[in-house]
Design a protein around this ligand. Structure first.
Ligand code: SF4
Length: 368
């Protein structure tokens, strides 16, 4: 597979890029994991689309890591669809209980996901999943951005990633599962496949996930935000903000050169937030770059002008070899956080999980 560019996302679309071409699927057959019951019916599924979909999409009923389809249906599916699931190639457990997984795709490309169990009163598992192999957005603090883009994941590969993790690591019940699209890739840059995967995973005949338990995180690709705002089911939205002036944001996040802070706020204001829903803003703190008192004041002012409820996650930079930035000192993080709170912001400081195995935010990278 031809490699994509390293560095900034091309702002003017003039061609179909290599990473947008479909993944090589066996003999052109679609991935079975990205099909809805109605798709299976339209293809002539022998046991009915609902029934076949349920067998495919409920990993707690599988045996030996595979669905039990029955002989006739298995033969039909093998003829009409590709049953390849991403394989877990490497497991890197962290001392904090999370595990970074390296998954292999059918064409040999690799992606990363993170399994994050929480053993509090109600056990919950969060999967941080990938939407692309690499990323085109070129954020300068991010290891995935330094890879460039290889290709989009197909809907079946996104769903397959989740089913594989569930079948091997749990949870047994999807009612204990949360998904965050915060792994490799910019989900809005592959929105058609991401949204088809969400439709499949929210279907009551399969995993039956509530859209409110799925979060799509974006660097601020406004055209995608505006499209997703109109789609059903609609997941929660997280924004990776990371700067308080256009000059600073454009220098660390090239997407800001196409859609600046004012345009981003316009798109957010137009998003019809449901009751009990709020936006999450992520703010990666870079020592000496965006962590001053003035930054905190500008951030509070920018957020204060938003129409909708929100929460801010401060994420001290997870240092890695692909970026020159550093984590601010603890007292700077505290002062920044206190200053935001004093101005009425709801703030949490997120200690990223998996830092010791390079699984934390901005650290996911896989050399081809
Ligand atoms: S932070 Fe997200 S959007 Fe930016 S380069 Fe990394 S993966 Fe891509």
């Amino acid at each position: 597979m031809e490699s994509g560019p390293k560095g900034p996302f091309p702002m003017t679309k003039t061609a179909t890029y290599a990473w947008e071409r479909p993944a090589p699927e066996a003999d052109g057959r679609p991935s079975a994991w990205g099909l809805l019951p109605e798709d299976l019916d339209a293809m002539g599924a022998p046991i009915g689309g609902d029934h076949l979909f349920g067998r495919l999409q409920r990993p707690w009923t599988w045996t030996g890591g595979h669905p039990d389809l029955g002989k006739g249906a298995a033969r039909w599916v093998a003829e009409h669809a590709d049953l390849h699931l991403p394989e877990i190639l490497e497991r890197h457990p962290s001392s904090d209980g999370s595990t970074k997984l390296v998954l292999g795709l059918s064409d040999g490309q690799r992606i990363e996901a993170v399994h994050m169990p929480r053993r509090v009163r109600n056990p919950r598992v969060t999967f941080c999943i990938s939407s692309q192999v690499g990323c085109a957005m070129g954020c300068t603090f991010c290891a995935t951005g330094a890879m460039g883009i290889k290709r989009n994941l197909q809907a079946g590969e996104i769903v397959g990633q989740v089913l594989r993790l569930m079948s091997e690591l749990g949870p047994e019940s999807p009612s204990q599962l949360n998904l965050v699209f915060m792994g490799m890739g910019e989900p809005m840059h592959n929105l058609a496949n991401v949204h088809q995967a969400i439709r499949v995973m929210c279907d009551r005949r399969g995993l039956d996930l509530a859209a409110s338990r799925i979060t799509v995180s974006t660097s601020g690709l406004v055209s995608g935000i505006e499209r997703l705002a109109k789609l059903t089911p609609r997941p929660l939205l997280a924004l990776s903000l990371n700067a308080t002036t256009d000059e600073m944001r454009s220098s660390t996040m090239p997407v800001n050169r196409a859609w600046n802070l004012a345009r981003l706020r316009q798109a957010l204001d137009a998003w019809g937030l449901r009751p009990n829903e709020k936006f999450t803003f992520e703010f990666v703190m870079l020592e000496g770059v965006n962590d001053t008192d003035d930054d905190a004041d500008r951030l509070a002012a920018w957020l204060g002008e938003l129409r909708h409820k929100h929460v801010v996650n401060l994420i001290p930079m997870n240092e890695h070899a692909h970026s020159p930035f550093h984590e601010p000192k603890e007292d700077r993080i505290q002062t920044f956080s206190d200053r935001l709170k004093a101005k009425g912001c709801f703030v949490t400081v997120r200690r990223s999980r998996g830092r010791d195995v390079q699984a934390a935010c901005g650290q996911l990278v896989k050399e081809a």
